[in-house]
Design a protein around this ligand. Structure first.
Ligand code: UDP
Length: 306
């Protein structure tokens, strides 16, 4: 198949390109390299079936394709808040350009959405049928609402144009190729621990997250893309083991062999207090469940972030 991966030089996108190439597909990666990195594509660029296009997804794109994966967006809280307008427009205009491409080409489409669309969730764990509890004008709105718009746009192309689409709501994901300075909790804690500094805990550290190792996540994306009975569907993809941020700090200290030192910082505005996916739908339709426990995934990640 001829496959376009928009945002393919990013953390998850590049792992997806590698897997698609291993499956013998022809892969074009489109990325403006604002947060993506060519170094992530080292393995992919060794393949003759791989092509890299440096391009902004907000611009029209014409290409012969059978499948479009849309992973183009800023994704870490500090990045999307710094580039808030770009985040909004990348998901809105970029989503539009890629959906138009898929429509013209008769290609299938996968939109990479996020657990952030649930906001500070009213139900726990989060199910695909939940509508979310999002502040439309808060500091996270530029990402949350951009992704919610991306979902709505994808859904209308399905309804109005009968486009073959699916939405993957990606929960916190980690692994090699995360950028050390992206400001996410795991990368912050790992780099702080490796440098012998105090781990910065926002608030009391009682907020929770569930962390999915990247190979598990990519397997979920592939199944959501290629399994039958996925057209028009939404899937939560994430790990169901929930940790408090305090637990995470203790685990990172243990695995880096450093005594735990922490430093309290204010809780960011609108920071979701808890997050855990209900993945029973992905399990039922995709036969998917993550396999890599946090401890094991972190050991693999630590190697990559040295
Ligand atoms: N967090 C923290 N210290 C840090 C970075 C993040 O305590 O140095 C907390 C943050 O407040 C949030 C959780 O860790 O509750 C996960 O944050 P991250 O930025 O990784 O992603 P999010 O899940 O909020 O999108």
């Amino acid at each position: 198949m001829r496959i376009l991966v928009a945002g393919g030089a990013g953390f998850i996108g590049s792992h997806l390109c590698d897997r698609l190439l291993k499956m013998n597909h022809q892969v074009t990666c489109l990325d403006n390299l604002k947060t993506g990195r060519l170094a992530n594509l080292k393995e992919a660029r060794e393949s003759k079936r791989f092509r890299f296009l440096r391009k902004d997804v907000r611009q029209p794109v014409s290409l012969a394709v059978d499948y479009v994966f849309n992973l183009a967006s800023y994704a870490s809280p500090p990045a999307y808040q710094k580039w808030s307008l770009e985040t909004l427009m990348t998901n809105a205009l970029g989503g539009y350009q890629l959906l138009e491409l898929a429509r013209r080409q008769g290609a299938k489409y996968l939109f990479a959405s996020t657990s952030e669309i649930y906001g500070d969730p009213l139900h726990h764990p989060q199910k695909e049928t939940d509508w979310g509890n999002v502040n439309p004008v808060g500091p996270r709105a530029c990402y949350d609402e951009a992704k919610r718009f991306g979902e709505a746009l994808t859904t209308e192309y399905h309804r109005k144009h009968r486009l073959n689409v699916r939405i993957a709501r990606i929960f916190n994901t980690y692994g090699p190729r995360l950028q050390k300075d992206d400001g996410r909790v795991l990368t912050n804690f790992i780099t702080q621990a490796q440098r012998g500094r105090a781990l910065t805990i926002y608030g009391h550290g009682r907020q929770t997250r569930s962390f999915c190792y990247v190979s598990d996540l990519v397997e979920g994306l592939l199944r959501a893309a290629f399994y039958p009975r996925t057209n028009g569907e939404i899937f939560n993809l994430g790990n169901t083991n929930e940790f408090t941020i305090q637990d995470v700090a203790e685990l990172v200290a243990e695995l880096t062999g450093k005594p735990l030192k922490t430093e309290s910082r204010p809780m960011p505005v609108d920071d979701p207090r808890r997050r855990r996916p209900d993945i029973s739908k992905a399990h039922r339709i995709l036969r998917w469940a993550p396999k890599v426990p946090l401890r094991e995934g972190l050991i693999r990640t630590l190697e990559g972030l040295k």
